[in-house]
Design a protein around this ligand. Structure first.
Ligand SMILES: Nc1nc2c(c(=O)[nH]1)N[C@H]1C(S)=C(S)[C@@H](COP(=O)(O)O)O[C@H]1N2
Ligand SMILES: [Mo]
Length: 320
């Protein structure tokens, strides 16, 4: 679970160049003019990628000023246990995920339950790009340009009943497509949840892309949630169901170990995880690698201004 990973150590190409040259390389690879000349990792990535563009308008009001994490790390250093538990597994194994056709059913305590096809979902609201800081409970972080729109737009569409207090997110669980399901480390399907006000918060993004392109499979294609003030595991990937409930939903990681993973899981440098300190973090992709100075983790991952009021009066040590 260390942050240094063989995919990072193996890289010899500067991160920026990778992103900038990617399109050219994909075109060249498709035309057959590349081959042995490329580093193995590079050619594999270039050939496997199908980077459909997603046109999104940058929303500067919701974008961090931090330097963004290079595309290469965002797409190769992942947690997506449905495809294995190593950081390099999702990029290596997620090719088998079928992302089209895809439907998402929105149900439970709502006036207008609906099953939406991914194309209908994409058109529900204008696509924005937002640069969010993301922090994993394991102690590493990234800064990612996500493309999507606020989840509140979809919630408004289905008109929740007054009794709806929580929203549950359920990821796809298909053994044929997801080799990681053979391990029962998690009680599949992967489940996450938010309190209604958290789900409605304008930072909570229903996400379809990153870096202006359709989500790579390893990042949770074709649709996922992104909740930047909470630890990474709250941002469920490849979701097929959104359910509105009165009771706090049971989430996969708190079922796995409720002492280690609470329902709220707000980024909080003062509340350590039993196995990992939450006081500092390492930015993935820092050119200084393992010698890069650690960054101080901020309360609510730096989003206190937008979210702290939702937790006023709550004991954050108790409600971790
Ligand atoms: N379905 C599903 N969603 C998931 C996970 C997972 O294993 N399965 N891992 C979580 C964790 S621990 C993190 S840190 C983020 C990583 O998202 P990224 O790979 O897009 O950065 O996804 C979260 N969402
Ligand atoms: Mo994570």
């Amino acid at each position: 679970m260390g942050w240094i990973d063989k995919t990072i150590l193996a890289s010899q190409i500067t991160p920026k160049a990778v992103f900038e040259n990617r399109r050219t390389l994909i075109k060249a690879a498709a035309a057959g003019s590349f081959g042995a000349a490329l580093a193995p990792w590079f050619s594999r990535q270039a050939l496997a990628a199908s980077p459909d563009k997603l046109s999104a308008t940058l929303n500067p009001a919701y974008s961090a000023k931090d330097e963004v994490t290079p595309y290469k790390y965002v797409t190769t250093y992942n947690n997506f246990y449905e495809f294995g538990t190593d950081k390099s597994d999702p990029a290596a194994n997620a090719g088998s995920l079928i992302t089209r056709p895809w439907t998402i059913s929105v149900e439970g305590l709502v006036k207008k339950p609906v099953t939406l096809d991914i194309d209908a979902l994409l058109k529900l609201a204008p696509m924005e790009e937002r640069i969010y800081r993301m922090r994993c409970v394991e102690g590493w972080s990234m800064v990612i340009p996500w493309d999507g729109y606020p989840l509140s737009k979809l919630i408004g569409h289905v008109e929740p009943l007054g009794s709806a207090k929580y929203v549950e997110f359920i990821s796809l669980a298909d053994r044929k497509q997801m080799p990681g399901l053979r391990s029962n480390i998690i009680d599949w399907p992967y489940r996450e949840g938010l309190r209604m006000d958290e789900a409605m918060n304008s930072l909570t993004l229903l996400t379809f892309g990153l870096y202006g392109e359709v989500l790579p499979k390893q990042n949770g294609a074709p649709v996922r949630i992104v909740v930047p003030w909470k630890y990474g595991f709250k941002s469920a990937k490849s979701i097929v169901k959104i359910r509105f409930t009165e009771e706090m939903p049971k989430t996969s990681w708190s079922q796995f170990d409720s002492r280690e993973y609470g329902f709220y899981s707000n980024v909080n440098p003062q509340v350590d995880h039993p196995r990992w300190s939450q006081a500092t973090e390492r930015r993935i992709g820092d050119p200084k690698g393992m010698f890069a100075p650690k960054i101080k983790t901020q309360l609510f991952n730096g989003y206190a201004e937008q979210v702290a009021s939702m937790y006023a009066g709550m004991d954050l040590k108790k409600y971790y």
